[in-house]
Design a protein around this ligand. Structure first.
Ligand code: PLP
Length: 375
């Protein structure tokens, strides 16, 4: 089998270009390009309603939103987090002069293992920053219980969790703050973008100050803020994209169902299990390669590449393997046996709305055609 076109792990789902033109015309007419313009205000309201959250502050990207979320709650010292994530999770801590303390993950959901959090708490710990990995909800009840017991704040890196509902309400309503990313590779995109979800108007006000240099009026600066503002073109694109998001997630769901059907029974290939009490946005399709499969994870990845299929090893290497984190005591591999094992076996297969059923069948065919030597 030879694919003529390259299939990447994700591809943005772009609405017809002509539908975006009227939005741009409005921006050109108003000449209001950024600083809480009309589309920015519309998108904050529309997203809060769509997601089912009280307040939401838009950002230029998810990383600035993470950095600002930590500033919002004045987090210092040490923060407990996961090594099994995109590197921005830990970087946001370092940009606040906070020391990340890495805790191992649960092998079933790939999220921080709540049973291992308490032993990582020290007198310097001020918060927990878990990640809803692949959009799979963390054990939010256990994490909140631990946070309450020790007087810690909880900031969720919810970059994967756009639109996920858990036990009848938005997953983003858990913790003190949740942070979204609208990067081009995410389920909902504004090219670059992000948001902080918060429960009350007072916190939203502080976030709005912080993302605009701390300006609280023409001649008043109340905090050493940053420039984290989303511009009008991004926000307008978000408004257009929102019209298509339900259809996009539905198509992702069908792809997920098809993958699971076609991959079922293949020895050594396991799919991520999903909770029955949460909805899913089907943002990623990780598979886990075990020794029952004829090839190693990396050999399978190479074989897919030979067929122009570009899967990604999310999350390999672990954040703790990068030079700026490797020296921390909590980065020791012996502290992270599960994350180390999962990171060595995971492969995220292509999933995006424009991926066709035929392409999915081709991808699975490459995976299924591997035979052990001699077979
Ligand atoms: C994408 C992502 C981020 C960073 O978001 P940007 O919008 O790209 O800055 C942070 N954390 C996780 C888990 C992500 O996947």
């Amino acid at each position: 089998m030879s694919n003529k076109i390259n299939i990447y792990v994700t591809q943005p789902c772009l609405p017809p270009l002509e539908e975006f033109i009227p939005y741009l015309e409005k921006i050109w007419e108003s000449k209001w390009l950024t600083n809480a313009g009309p589309y920015h205000q519309k998108l904050e309201t529309a997203l809060a309603q769509y997601l089912g959250v009280e307040h939401l502050a838009l950002f230029a990207n998810g990383t600035l939103a993470l950095i600002t979320a930590l500033q919002t709650l004045r987090i210092t010292g040490e923060v407990i987090t996961t090594p099994y994530s995109f590197v921005a999770t830990a970087h946001s801590l370092v940009w606040n002069s906070i020391t990340p303390v890495f805790v191992d993950i649960d092998p079933v959901d790939c999220n921080i293992d709540p049973d291992k959090i308490e032993q990582a708490i020290t007198p310097h710990t001020s918060a927990i920053m878990p990640v809803h990995c692949y959009g799979n909800p963390c054990n939010v009840e256990r994490i909140q219980q631990i946070a309450d017991t020790y007087g810690l704040k909880v900031i969720y890196d919810a970059a994967h969790a756009f639109g996920v509902r858990y036990r009848g309400e938005s997953l983003l309503n858990h913790g003190n703050l949740s942070v979204l990313s609208f990067h081009a590779t995410k389920v909902f995109t504004t090219f670059e973008g992000g948001a902080i979800v918060c429960p009350d108007a007072k916190t939203k006000q502080r976030i709005d100050y912080l993302k605009n240099f701390g300006h609280a009026g023409e001649v008043t600066v109340v905090a050493p803020g940053i420039n984290g503002k989303m511009n009008e073109v991004q926000a307008a694109f978000g408004m257009l994209q929102l019209q298509y998001i339900d259809a996009a997630i539905e198509r992702r769901r069908r792809i997920d169902v098809l993958y699971r059907k076609l991959l079922s029974g293949l020895p050594g290939i396991a799919c991520l299990s999903r909770r029955s009490d949460a909805t899913c946005n089907y943002s990623y399709f990780p598979i886990f390669v075990s020794s029952d499969y004829p090839l190693s994870r990396d050999a399978l990845n190479s074989k897919l590449r030979d067929n122009n299929i570009y899967a990604r090893r999310y999350f390999y290497p672990l954040i703790t393997e990068f030079p700026m984190y490797r020296g921390l005591p909590s980065s020791e591999r012996s502290n992270l046996p599960v994350a180390t094992d999962v990171s060595g076996r995971v492969l995220c297969l292509p999933i995006y709305p424009n991926l066709s059923d035929g392409q999915i069948a081709d991808i699975v065919e490459v995976i299924a055609s591997s035979k052990r030597a001699g077979q």
